[in-house]
Design a protein around this ligand. Structure first.
Ligand code: SAH
Length: 263
């Protein structure tokens, strides 16, 4: 079982442009379509619930993506994004600075605007998100302070999508990574985790990356064990039974959990 692709493989082999092109053109049969329809709706609900709000949100393992932040920027004025690899941070910065060659997020932005009631234009939405991003940092979920050497005041919300299943080689590493992320969060603050269950791999171009095969019981235990009360646990179970050549999975999830005051 040494198929695990760790952070060094990500640093060397993860191509952000290929990843974005193959997963994130919503509605045109791209690979994340079903995931996005599910997770974007859950994130809209989470960030309009009135409970998950505050000054600062830290996104862990952002990769080159913005979809997970589109609703969050309506309630957090200070968003810090982070990823292990330099290329992902660079790709994120190309979008942030609106430079030529930035990925076209319009299909995803349009969908989120629609879910939020079409009160602002897609362009305004992207601008609003850009204005809320205050830092793009390196992170490593295996470190006790994942943002080391940077030390930040504890945030009101920690968000992470599709990162821990990629970054953790076994259940023990996952439990530790959740605890590490928890150090970044204020007592009473919210952890929002989204991702994929029952997955052992996915490909980006020709490169195969490993995924930690999560299930609901384990995830609940890992989160409550790190000092949280789970307030919402949403699952979208896959209906077809086939195993694809590009990835395998059984369900998508979004979990919202509150860090206990006395933890
Ligand atoms: N959040 C994005 C990217 C997920 S891909 C999305 O939802 O699409 C998995 C991400 O985990 C990659 O960006 C990879 O660089 C990052 N990653 C891998 N190992 C990591 C580690 N040890 N610490 C932090 N991030 C890591």
């Amino acid at each position: 079982m040494s198929d695990f692709t760790g952070k060094e493989e990500y640093q060397e082999l993860f191509n952000p442009k290929v990843y974005l092109e193959s997963f994130y053109h919503l509605g045109s049969g791209s690979r994340a379509d079903k995931y996005l329809y599910f997770v974007l709706k859950e994130l809209v609900d989470t960030f309009t619930s009135g409970k998950v709000k505050g000054d600062t949100l830290i996104d862990i393992g952002t990769g080159p993506t913005i979809y997970q932040l589109l609703s969050a920027c309506e309630v957090f004025k200070n968003i810090i994004v982070s990823d292990f690899t330099e290329r992902n941070r660079e790709e994120f910065n190309v979008w942030l600075k609106n430079q030529p060659g930035a990925f076209d997020w319009s299909s995803v932005v349009k969908h989120v605007c629609h879910l939020e009631g079409d009160s602002i234009s897609c362009q305004e939405k992207e601008e609003r998100l850009r204005k809320s991003i205050t830092q793009v940092l390196k992170c490593d979920v295996q470190k006790t302070n994942p943002l080391d050497p940077v030390t930040l005041p504890q945030a009101d919300c920690v968000l992470s999508c599709l990162c821990l299943e990629a970054a953790c080689k076994d259940y023990e590493a996952y439990v530790t990574a959740v605890k590490n992320m928890t150090t970044l969060l204020k007592p009473g603050g919210y952890l929002v985790l989204g991702g994929i269950m029952g997955s052992s791999f996915y490909t980006v171009g020709e490169v195969k990356f490993s995924s930690l095969d999560l299930n609901e019981d384990f995830l609940r235990e890992a989160i409550t064990g790190a000092g949280y009360v789970i307030e919402n646990f949403q699952l979208y179970k896959k209906t077809e039974t086939s195993v694809g050549e590009q990835q395998d999975f059984t369900a998508y999830y979004v979990v919202v959990a509150r860090k206990e005051i006395n933890s």
